[in-house]
Each structure stands twice: as C-alpha cells, then as structure tokens.
Design a protein around this ligand. Structure first.
Ligand code: PHE
Length: 349
C-alpha cells in the first residue's frame, strides 16, 4: 500500500478504520488546484484492502480531469468504503452516518455524492451528519436526485459525436451499440438509445439485470465474457474500469468506444493501442461527466433540470470536438488530447 501512495500523483489520503462495522474508509484528495475536492463515494466489499485504496487513488485522479474538462471549480476526490460481506441494512445505515460525521470533520476540503454502491437515499443518510458537504440527495430531501440519467444523457451525446466522426452522421438508426453493464447508468442509456433506433446489445455479469431488459424490450443479451468479441459499431463500457487493455483491445470488433465507466483504460498507453486499431475512443472523463456536472449545476449554480441537460450536452460536444481536432492535428491519442484540455485549465488555475 505504501508503494501505491508513493507512485500516486495526488495530494493526500485520509484513512479511517471503522471498528463497529469492520469497514475501511479511504478518502483520496487528488487535487485542490481548482477548488475543494469532490467525488462520489463508492461502497462495496473488496477481496483485498489494497484494491480499495487503489480505487480511491485512481478514481480521484479521474475526478480531477473530469471537473477541469467540464469547467467546474472543484478538484478530484473520491471516497471508498470497503465493507464486509456480512453488513446488514441497519449496520450499513449506521456506518453511513458515521461516514457523514467523518466527512464533516474535514470542513469542506472534500464533498461527496453517489457512486457505485451508493444511492441518493444513502446521501440523505450521510447528510444527516455530513451536511453541507453532500451532493445528490433525493429531491424529497432537497437534493437534485440520482445523477444516473444525466450521466446517461452525456454518454448518449458522446456516442452521437463519435458516430458523426466515424460514420459521417450522428443518426444512430440501425447502428449496433453494445452496452457493457446495465446498472443505473447503462440501463438509462439503453432507454435513451431505444428512442434513436439503434440496435442495442447488452451484457452484464449479473444475468438478472439483462434478463429484465431482454424480456421487457427484446434487447439481445450477450454473455459477459463474449462482449469484447461481438461485432458492433460502438462499444459502450458502463461497468467497471480498466476494461480497455492489452488483452481486450485486440479482441474488439467495433469502430468506436464511448461509455460511462470511470478509468476505462488499463494504462494510458492503451489509448495508443486503440488508435493503432483505428478505434475512436471518447475519453471517459469527458464522456461521463454529465451526472457530476448536472448535480453541481443544479445544487450550487441554481440550474433547472432543463438547463443542466442543455449545458452538459453542449460541454461534451464541445470538448469531444476539440479532442478529435487535436488528434487529427498532431496524431496524439484522444486520451492525451482530453488530458491536455483538462491540464490547460488546471495550469491556468
Ligand atoms: N459518481 C459521480 C462521478 O463519477 C460522482 C459525483 C456525483 C460527484 C454527483 C458529485 C455529484 O462522476
């Protein structure tokens, strides 16, 4: 674990062991260059504690790029709560309240919201003790609710922009889009894609999630280990990170990748592998900024729901078109181009 922190390029990590729940909490503060750190809280069991720390470090770095590229005055942060498998619902709620107290103690150097394994309802519980540092509470509790649909809208926009680059049209009618992971965001994405006339393929490690969508809407479901091999026009990763790597990239049979998962690349060099295979990659931290951008816009800047939608669509279109121009002009990968856009803002801070 020491070497993970040594190799990391962020600012600080806060660690707490919660004795009551036998849970470990990591809050990684990657950057405060543009403002206080902010990022979701991920909660799940981890086979090894090292992986929980690694998630916090990597994901907080992704948040720095996301906020900078989206034009928000926040820095990258991420909370990870590594819980035991045995945690029951009462124990979980109590842990969330203690987590809120913990976040509150840091007086706004870290703001948080929902992420994998936490919901808006969980944010309501965390906010009982963590207010005013908690975003994405339910509407009933005065928040702006689940960011998932906004993230999904941003991913749909990204898919349309890459389609335009690759096929000369953003019209998705008849285009095969493979959605990997149909949790909150992936499922919302399939809803939006159905309205575009795209042919949707779905895949998830949890068969109960794909079963529902297949039964209800007739979507073709693909076994999760075959998702990379299946020919499609656009591959949309909406599950875990690091799925674009030297094992999977040679297997891909798509023209473009645009999805919601955080940290999709195994290593930065994998963006070059995609480019060599002529697969256009929408940098994850640009494609998936919709939820975070909308929640901050509505809760801090007073945007309406409609304004949030318009602004996130505009920001993503504008950032992606800059990215694709930069890659054409100097042959860098799209990931590198996206990072330059973010770093331009960070260095001007
Ligand atoms: N889970 C969000 C993301 O990865 C994080 C977030 C949501 C941050 C809502 C703030 C508010 O983008």
């Amino acid at each position: 674990m020491e070497s993970l922190i040594k190799q990391w390029d962020g600012e600080s990590v806060i660690i707490r062991y919660d004795r009551v729940a036998d849970a470990w909490i990591f809050i990684a503060i990657h950057s405060t260059a543009l403002g206080p750190s902010a990022g979701g809280t991920r909660m799940k069991p981890y086979p090894h504690l090292r992986e929980a720390l690694e998630d916090a470090l990597r994901l907080s770095g992704g948040m720095t790029l996301k906020w900078a590229a989206a034009g928000n005055n926040y820095g990258g942060g991420k909370g990870v709560i590594a819980v035991p498998d045995s945690l029951d619902s009462q124990g979980r709620s109590d842990l969330l309240r203690r987590y809120g107290t913990f976040v509150h103690q840091y007086n706004g150097i870290f703001f948080t919201g929902p992420d994998y394994g936490t919901s808006s309802e969980d944010m309501d519980i965390i906010a009982e003790t963590g207010d005013p540092y908690i975003f994405g509470r339910t509407k009933a509790a005065g928040g702006s609710g689940n960011p998932g649909p906004y993230t999904a809208l941003g991913v749909l926009t990204s898919i349309q922009v890459v389609a335009e680059q690759v096929f000369g049209t953003s019209n998705l009618e008849g285009k095969k889009v493979l959605v990997q992971g149909v949790g909150s965001v992936g499922r919302g994405l399939t809803t939006l894609l159905r309205e575009t006339g795209a042919e949707i393929l779905i895949s998830d490690v949890d068969p109960s999630l794909t079963q529902y969508l297949s039964d209800e809407f007739g979507l073709e479901s693909i076994p999760s280990d075959e998702a990379y091999d299946r020919p499609c026009d656009i591959f949309a990763p909406c599950a875990v990170g690091a799925i674009l790597n030297k094992e999977t990239i040679p297997r891909l049979r798509c023209r473009a990748v645009a999805g919601a998962a955080n940290n999709q690349l195994g290593t930065p060099g994998d963006a070059d592998l995609l480019r060599e295979r002529d697969i256009l990659y929408a940098p994850d931290f640009i494609a998936n900024c919709g939820g975070a951008m909308a929640i901050i816009g509505m809760e801090v800047q007073g945007w309406s729901h409609k304004e949030a939608e318009e602004k996130l669509v505009h920001a993503i279109k504008s950032n992606l078109s800059q990215v694709f121009q930069m890659t054409k002009a100097d042959g860098c990968s799209t990931d590198e181009a996206g990072k330059r856009i973010a770093e331009r803002r960070l260095s001007g801070a």
